[in-house]
Design a protein around this ligand. Structure first.
Ligand code: HEC
Length: 314
């Protein structure tokens, strides 16, 4: 009997490994495997305790308590864990999905239902349940939006899911909580929570917006990395700029979306955000720069201004 005791620590280790390893199928599949391992673990444990009891009985004495007490504790905890596992179900009833993709050093944001795209900043309706999906294009990221009680990881090749609800209108700020390089502090997220009606009006306007044709200098210098819907600009290394004028900030929620910040960014993005994948353009003439700034300003339906939205502090 004693010889079989080494099985216990072995199973404990296997269990811990299973509980902390995500497989292809994500957290759901993980739960099933944890349940199976827990069951096997308990069977081995009870068998050990039972055989121990029988031996103790043969010898007589009070050692029996040493076996009974831990067995009862484990049985109770096991029942509680089992109940929690079986009653687990993902929260449903989301009215919209926000798909985040982390990359060096910004968040791509997609609205799968309406086929819109943003970066670093997005709009959500107040009081509605939203499903947030996160993945990554390159390395691991950890996002935290304290005002929405949201923390989630963005893992390459996998999709993590969480559900949030904005209690009141305003700006909910998010930060990158894991060190991912020199610009970790400049990878932020801003969720602008709008009353449901305003949100839907915005989404409809954004969907029917026809972006103006990009100027030649944009097509030559910028289009390889930046997409503008329905035009020849189809790059995907950088943010989709179709709705750029709607953003109150750029650079993943860092700088105000105004010409005095944009001009130095276009001239020298790596100088402002170390490690960024956008090159510097020191050779652009003043006129070309102005053409680009004017063009960026024209990207998005007019009549929406969110610069007055107040930041929601938690
Ligand atoms: C080699 C790829 C590449 C080229 C070429 C490029 N960019 Fe970028 N750009 C990026 C990346 C990557 C980012 C995201 C940086 C970040 O926020 O971390 C970006 C961000 C931006 C942003 C901020 C977008 C947002 O939503 O935050 C603007 C505006 C921008 N670029 C304009 C331009 C202009 C104008 C040109 C041409 C003169 C240009 N870019 C050329 C890769 C590129």
């Amino acid at each position: 009997m004693r010889r079989a005791a080494w099985l216990l620590p072995l199973f404990t280790l296997a269990l811990a490994h299973q509980a902390t390893t995500y497989g292809e199928e994500g957290a759901g599949g993980n739960l099933t495997r944890v349940a199976v391992f827990t069951a096997v673990f308990l069977v081995v444990l009870f068998a050990t305790a039972f055989l121990g009891l029988r031996q103790a009985k043969k010898k007589g004495g009070r050692e029996i308590l040493w076996a009974v007490f831990p067995t009862v504790v484990v049985a109770v905890v096991g029942a509680m864990v089992g109940a929690a596992i079986w009653s687990y179900k993902p929260v449903g009833g989301a009215t919209l999905t926000l798909a985040l993709e982390g990359q060096r050093y910004w968040w791509r944001i997609r609205y799968p239902e309406s086929d819109l795209e943003s970066a670093g900043e997005a709009w959500i309706p107040v009081g509605e349940r939203i499903e947030v999906r996160a993945t990554s294009r390159d390395i691991f990221y950890s996002l935290s939006v304290p005002g929405l009680e949201l923390t989630m990881d963005a893992i390459p090749g996998q999709t993590t899911r969480a559900w949030v609800k904005a209690p009141k209108p305003g700006v909910y700020g998010g930060v990158e909580t894991e060190y991912v390089g020199p610009a970790t502090d400049k990878m932020r997220l801003r969720l602008l929570a709008l009353p449901g009606e305003d949100y839907r009006r915005l989404i409809e306007a954004a969907k029917s917006f026809t972006p103006p044709e990009p100027p030649k200098v944009f097509l030559e210098r910028c289009a390889a990395c930046h997409r503008i819907r329905d035009t020849e600009a189809r790059g995907t290394l950088g943010p989709d700029l179709t709705l750029f004028a709607l953003r109150t900030t750029f650079g993943s929620g860092v700088w105000p979306n105004r010409a005095e910040f944009l001009a130095p960014w276009i001239r020298n993005a790596p100088g402002l955000k170390p490690g960024v994948k956008m090159p510097a353009f020191p050779d652009l003439s003043e006129e070309e720069l102005k053409t680009l700034l004017d063009y960026l300003k024209s990207l998005g339906p007019s009549g929406f201004d969110f610069t007055e939205l107040i930041r929601v502090e938690e």
